[in-house]
Every structure is written in structure tokens, then in C-alpha cells.
Design a protein around this ligand. Structure first.
Ligand code: UTP
Length: 291
């Protein structure tokens, strides 16, 4: 079965970004000129996803409006003959009926947010993208590569990367065996272990392809690290009956839920834009010489 649906959990409180996230999901913050969520949605389409499922909390309105038509804006752009901008805003709107919103009525954790999409997913494999993990790649996106792996392995796949040993308490960490180029077979995983207890420095990053069996374990609503219902804990249970693989992606990852990570993402993605790159480089030189 093909992976056609993707879940985007966007119901977190985003406390590290207050006050910006008081009335708006952090996924609506822009990197250069696009909301973070749009990068992830574009990545999903590129990977062949046909149905987008947003699990929202606060800030639902801005997100819904972003992916909907704005007749007033379109009319104004048309009148002003700004055809390229008109085309850009029109392209943002998915075909009606392919985008679904559901609400997580309490931010009980990432695992709970995904569980909220269970009826919409039904009995098929699906992708999960945490938009605040932005990954800059050359060529094919991380999710597209993961879909290929899933098609071959017919098993759940999580994106992984190596992190500094003293950073393990920020991630879900793997105990895994290297099987082939960039692929690990997971034996066990642990959420946010202290560096002394971490079985490796391989950390799960916000891209997953999961089999629907995961809902059985998410539905148990076991509270884990931080008192939250964690996806990692459900995956750990799933491991007892199904294999799960870790795919070590190539690319530069930014944690946009973190202030420094967010600024770095802005800089890195701005460098890809010929219209602003030179001005920024000049400015960086200027502040570097002042530092
Ligand atoms: P984070 O761990 O970054 O939490 O969530 P957060 O609440 O968004 O941010 P901080 O730590 O308070 O600053 C990881 C992802 O899971 C989603 C978030 O929206 C983000 O995409 N999430 C988290 C939910 O949808 N619901 C939750 O209950 C928790």
C-alpha cells in the first residue's frame, strides 16, 4: 500500500517562542518569506502525499486561511497586474477536500496529537512531519527518500541523525544495528535519556512513516518523559511485533522550535535566494568585524 496521507501535528504550545506563539502556532512563523509549515507541506507533496491532515490547537485560523483561497487578495493582485504573486498564492491552495483539520483539544504530547488523526488515517501507512524540524537537502527531500525505503522494506521508518553526546536528553535515542548504507534496524529506543544512559547518539528527527498498528499503542495513552504521551513510547511497544528502521538522512537540520535554530534556518534558507544572499553576506561580514 502506498503512503498517501501525512499528519502534521501543529498543536504544541510553542512555549519557547512566546510571546510570538501566544495566538499563533509556531509552525506559522516565517523562514525567509514562507511559514515553516509550508516547507513541510511542499516536502510531503514532493514525496507523493495526496492527503494532508493537520492536528491543530491554537492558531488554527491563520493556518486554515493560509491554505485557503483569499478572493480579496487575488482580486487586488489581479488589478495590480502582479501575475507572479497571484500565481504563487493560488498555487498554495490544495484541491478542495484533500486537506483535513482535526483538533487536539489538550496538548497532551506528540503521541496524543498523532492519535487524534486515527479515524482519518484508518488502516493504511502514513507519514508524520514535524514542521519545526527543517531539513535542507541537495536533491530529493528526506520524506521522498523515506517513502522509497518504506516501499522496499514494508516497515515503519524514522529519520535519524547523529547528535552530540551531551545533547541526548533532547531527543528520542536509538539502540540500533547498522544494516546497510544509512539504514539501521532499531532494537529499542528511549525518550530524552541522560547522556550517561543513552544507548547511542543516534536521534530521531521529525519525519516518520508509520504503520497504522501504532494507533493501538498510542491509544493506551501511557504518559512518558515530561508527563506527555510520547510517540517514542508507542514505537517502542510496536517494536515488539513489527520491525522499525532508522534512516540516517543527508542534509542540514534546523530545530525551528528553538530560537537559535530558527535564526540559523532563516540564514541558511536565505542563502539559497539569489535576491538577498549578497546583501546578507555583506551584513554578516560587517557584524563579524564588529564582534
Ligand atoms: P515540541 O516538543 O516542540 O513542543 O513539539 P511545543 O509545545 O510545540 O513547543 P515548546 O517546547 O513548548 O516550545 C513537537 C511537535 O509536536 C507538536 C508540536 O506542534 C510540534 O510540531 N505537538 C506537541 C502537538 O501537536 N501536540 C502536543 O501536545 C505536543
Amino acid at each position: 500500500m502506498k503512503v498517501k496521507k501525512a499528519v502534521f501535528p501543529v498543536a504544541g504550545l510553542g512555549t519557547r517562542f512566546l510571546p510570538a506563539t501566544k495566538a499563533m502556532a509556531k509552525e506559522m512563523l516565517p523562514v525567509v518569506d514562507k511559514p515553516i509549515i509550508q516547507y513541510a507541506v511542499e516536502e510531503a507533496y514532493e514525496a507523493g502525499i495526496e492527503h494532508i491532515i493537520f492536528v491543530t490547537g491554537r492558531g488554527k485560523k491563520a493556518l486554515e486561511d493560509h491554505f485557503d483561497r483569499s478572493f480579496e487578495l487575488e482580486l487586488t493582485l489581479k488589478d495590480k497586474k502582479k501575475d507572479d504573486l497571484l500565481e504563487m498564492v493560488q498555487k498554495l491552495v490544495p484541491e478542495t477536500g484533500t486537506i483535513i483539520y482535526t483538533r487536539q483539544n489538550q496538548p497532551l504530547g506528540l503521541g496524543h496529537a498523532i492519535w487524534c488523526a486515527r479515524d482519518i488515517i484508518g488502516d493504511e501507512p502514513f507519514a508524520v512531519l514535524l514542521a519545526d524540524d527543517m531539513i535542507q537537502t541537495q536533491g530529493e527531500s528526506v520524506l521522498a527518500r523515506m517513502v522509497n525505503k518504506f516501499d522496499r522494506l514494508r516497515a515503519s521508518v524514522a529519520a535519524v541523525m547523529e547528535v552530540e553526546k551531551d545533547q541526548t536528553d533532547k531527543y528520542g535515542i536509538l539502540d540500533a544495528d547498522h544494516t546497510e548504507d544509512r539504514l539501521y534496524r532499531i532494537n529499542d529506543m528511549i525518550e530524552k535519556p541522560h547522556p550517561d544512559q543513552a544507548p547511542s547518539n543516534l536521534a530521531i528527527i521529525g519525519r516518520y512513516i508509520l504503520t497504522p498498528r501504532i494507533f493501538e499503542y498510542l491509544g493506551r495513552k501511557t504518559k512518558g518523559a515530561g508527563g506527555e504521551i510520547q510517540l517514542t513510547d508507542a514505537m517502542k511497544m510496536l517494536l515488539k511485533e513489527q520491525p522499525i528502521f532508522g534512516y540516517q538522512f543527508r542534509g542540514r537540520r534546523f530545530d525551528c522550535g528553538d530560537k537559535a535554530g530558527f535564526q540559523m534556518a532563516n540564514l541558511a534558507f536565505a542563502m539559497e535566494r539569489p535576491d538577498i544572499r549578497e546583501r546578507l553576506l555583506k551584513f554578516i561580514q560587517e557584524i563579524k568585524s564588529e564582534a
